[in-house]
Design a protein around this ligand. Structure first.
Ligand SMILES: CC(C)(COP(=O)(O)OP(=O)(O)OC[C@H]1O[C@@H](n2cnc3c(N)ncnc32)[C@H](O)[C@@H]1OP(=O)(O)O)[C@@H](O)C(=O)NCCC(=O)NCCS
Length: 103
């Protein structure tokens, strides 16, 4: 039941000071097996997703990721030219980034 409450409260993950019209495709999650990380696979995966979106005339991609204790994933998205759109607090007290990229 607690997970359900968290899910519903996080359906509109946003920051009230930033206009977010949701005009982007949203990446929920990608992952590379631990032993395969750091070899360019994540980059290839993301670039492939971007090519698929472009073929569908979608020109922005967004995602949310943790603010704290998440340095390597943040470095990965920044190296892939994502910018911070805003920060927000997910229910109950999880500080997050929303990243966005023009593709
Ligand atoms: C995040 C993740 C998908 C990246 O995949 P990866 O295969 O390890 O990353 P790549 O080897 O393709 O790296 C691509 C770029 O990101 C940068 N990067 C990746 N990990 C980095 C790190 N720990 N620190 C700094 N830069 C990093 C690299 O500089 C690289 O750029 P380059 O090609 O110019 O050298 C992978 O590490 C992962 O599965 N992590 C755990 C799950 C996760 O956090 N998923 C995201 C949920 S929001």
């Amino acid at each position: 039941p607690k997970a359900l409450i968290r899910l519903v409260r996080n359906l509109t993950k946003t920051n009230s000071r930033v206009l977010d019209k949701g005009e982007y495709a949203e990446l929920y999650s990608i992952a590379v097996k631990r032993e395969g990380q750091g070899r360019g696979l994540g980059k290839r995966l993301l670039l492939t997703i971007e090519e698929m979106l472009k073929a569908d005339n979608i020109n922005q991609l967004s995602l949310t990721t943790d603010y704290y204790g998440n340095e390597s994933t943040i470095a990965f998205y920044k190296s892939m030219n994502f910018n911070v759109l805003y920060e927000f607090i997910a229910y109950p007290k999880r500080r997050m980034y929303r990243f966005i990229k023009k593709i």
